[in-house]
Design a protein around this ligand. Structure first.
Ligand code: GLP
Length: 265
């Protein structure tokens, strides 16, 4: 696993957007580039950078197909806090991606289990995910794979922990009663099946999760730790998120990535 330590959120966002842009530019196939995407505040800087690269004509999303990680159960797509609204508001409507190339699980589907199975099939039909971008919750969850999730899980419905409901209540007038209690989410196994996984970790409130995911063993209580098994896993973090790492771990990754970072890789 690579750990890229950037000074702050802006440089982390620039690095991540440049990495994704290079993957899209160098994608050498008649098939579209398949990009897995998260919501949340962590990827917002990256989305803004990608929007700018698209606006400047450096990259195009016309040959990119996207799959979002998750969606609240019970919110229709038009709800202001649905992940569908989030993606269109913060990313898709600002870039040249065709509507039909975007996939987001439907949390208002009448048959949720069927929706989960269809979603997995769609990913398979697209040829699998080339690069899955993600964030983590303070408890180390990826997508909505809360502590205790099977590390080989696939798309399904998960109950959110109280901590996650509280954390996400900031988008629901700080009222935990308004936050949906379940979500439809890709599994840890779905993310790990991607050819590459890139996880953004920023801020002091993610420091403990980063430490568990990087320095400790693979454990279903910190689902981010499954990334240790991935052949091409990258975590990009800011300085604040490194506060719980050992000095030795911090220095090791700074040292080993020095030349890559100098070369812009
Ligand atoms: C939610 C999402 C995750 C996201 C996490 C962190 O739980 N399901 O995909 O990584 O929030 O959000 P933020 O980036 O706002 O801290």
């Amino acid at each position: 696993m690579r750990l890229i330590i950037q000074p702050d959120y802006d440089s982390l966002s620039k690095w991540t957007a440049t990495y994704i842009a290079n993957k899209i530019i160098n994608h050498n196939s008649s098939k579209p580039f398949v990009l897995g995407l998260p919501t949340g505040s962590s990827p917002l800087g990256t989305y803004n950078e990608l929007i700018e690269l698209n606006r400047q004509g450096t990259i195009s999303f016309k040959n990119v197909v996207t799959f979002n990680m998750d969606e609240y159960v019970g919110l229709n797509q038009g709800h202001t806090q649905s992940y569908h609204s989030f993606m269109w508001e913060n990313f898709f409507r600002h870039i040249d991606i065709p509507f039909d190339n975007t996939n987001i699980p439907d949390g208002s589907a009448l048959n949720i289990e069927e929706e989960c199975a269809i979603y997995e099939k769609k990913i398979e039909k697209a040829g699998g995910i080339d690069l899955f971008l993600g964030g983590i919750g303070p408890d180390g969850h990826i997508a909505f794979n809360e502590p205790g999730s099977s590390l080989s899980s696939r798309t399904r419905v998960k109950t959110l922990t109280h901590d996650t409901v509280v954390a996400n209540s900031r988008f629901f007038d700080n009222d935990i009663n308004k936050v949906p209690k379940t979500a439809l989410t890709v599994g840890v196994g779905t993310i790990m099946a991607a050819k590459e996984v890139l996880i953004i970790v920023n801020g002091l409130n993610k420091a403990r999760a980063l430490q568990k995911g990087i320095e400790e063993g693979i454990n279903h209580m910190w689902t981010i730790s499954a990334l240790q098994m991935h052949p091409k896993g990258i975590v990009v973090c800011d300085e604040l998120a490194t506060y719980e790492l050992k000095v030795g771990t911090y220095r090791y990754f700074k040292d080993i990535e020095k030349e890559n970072l100098e070369a812009g890789l």
